[in-house]
Design a protein around this ligand. Structure first.
Ligand code: NDP
Length: 330
């Protein structure tokens, strides 16, 4: 008899996706070329939406949830990979159109995999996960834009105590930037200071009415919140500065004006992690390998079992998760 293992599946119940644990076999997996034994996955905001059923993430059902995978190649029909290779996969439609990481085994396309940098264990790779790798994409994007410089000006991180935010604070601080953390949770200030934030901004100050041009303050910003927060951040960015926007934890609208862009040459850089091309991914993982402080990474991470996912999904949507959540795949 084939070996069974547990997967967190989203299934159609009365027309709605509902998450439940199912026993499946390798024969149930998609017919992609690389079989990976998953060691760890992680919990991101998007996973919270998918697992709780509060967001329509899966576009076909049944679907194995989980947008991140760290594991070992078991067999490969592609010459690019061989048994024993340590790999990471983030995004690529996992949990949307492709089966994802909340399962002991998964079959993946060879081009979705990147080699896990030697610098990280699999657990550390998932402590980073999509949220952390997106933070690195944002930092790389700001640096490529060329207007932030260590030691010059302040860089703002919104949603700072969340997964993207915590990694962005840590990474920017390790690179020598002066980091201001915007959070709605004053109780996280000590934690954020330990990651390298030098001062704080109450997130309520960024959700006030948006005046088109405000006092110039940020040489750059990483925004995971969107909505009025992003519009206010743009209006407070210095002449020629840039904001890397990746999230919508506060809403998907953008109630601002063109004034910061046309009068101050402020750039709004959109950052997507799901279909980011390979060179950008490799660069982001290299940035993390070179600059992410491992002690800080450990301080921002908690590890949980797969069985706890339904409860954790509700916690992340309630804004009650601090930093990153690693999921150990049993
Ligand atoms: P988390 O839940 O870990 O962090 C989100 C943070 O946003 C919270 O911790 C909180 O920070 C803040 N926040 C939550 N609700 C609100 C609100 N109503 N108003 C203002 N701030 C709020 O999520 P992740 O870090 O995993 O993801 C953050 C965002 O980035 C999500 O929207 C996610 O979908 C998006 N994302 C996008 C990616 C892409 O490819 N573009 C990839 C990864 C994530 P605090 O408590 O400090 O105030």
């Amino acid at each position: 008899m084939s070996e069974t293992f547990t997967a967190l599946m989203l299934e159609d119940v009365d027309g709605k996706p509902r998450a439940g644990f199912r026993e499946i076999t390798k024969a149930d997996l998609p017919d992609h070329d690389v079989l990976v034994e998953v060691a760890y996955s992680s919990l991101n905001y998007k996973d919270g939406l998918a697992v709780s059923g509060k967001g329509r993430i899966a576009r076909r059902l049944p679907m194995v949830a989980g947008i991140d995978i760290a594991g070992t190649v078991v067999e490969s029909r592609s010459p690019a990979w061989k048994a024993g290779d340590r790999v990471v996969a983030n995004g690529w439609g996992m949990s949307e159109t492709e089966w994802g990481g909340y399962t002991r085994f998964q079959r993946l396309k060879p081009e979705w995999l990147i080699r896990l940098p030697e610098a990280f264990s699999m657990e550390q790779a998932m402590a980073i996960g999509t949220a952390g790798y997106t933070a690195a994409l944002c930092v790389d994007a700001l640096e490529n834009w060329g207007t932030i410089e260590p030691g010059k000006g302040e860089v703002l991180v919104t949603g700072a105590a969340g997964g993207v935010g915590s990694t962005a604070v840590s990474l920017l601080s390790s690179k020598g930037y002066t980091v201001v953390a915007s959070t709605g949770r004053a109780e996280t200030h000590d934690y954020l200071r330990s990651l390298g934030a030098t001062s704080f901004l109450d997130r309520a100050e960024l959700s006030a009415e948006v005046k088109p041009l405000q006092k110039e303050r940020w040489s750059g910003a990483v925004d995971s919140v969107g909505s009025t927060t992003l519009a206010n951040v743009l209006a407070q960015t210095v002449y020629g500065g840039a904001v890397a926007a990746c999230g919508l934890a506060g809403g998907h609208n953008l109630p601002g004006t063109v004034m910061p862009h046309i009068l101050r040459s402020v750039a709004l850089i959109g950052v997507d992690s799901v279909f980011a091309p390979l060179p950008k991914r490799q660069k982001a993982w290299q940035t993390l390998a070179d600059h992410l402080d491992r002690t800080k990474l450990s301080a921002m991470t908690e590890t949980h079992k797969m069985s706890e996912l339904p409860e954790l999904a509700n916690r992340i949507l309630a804004g009650a998760v601090r930093g990153r959540v690693v999921i150990e795949i049993a």
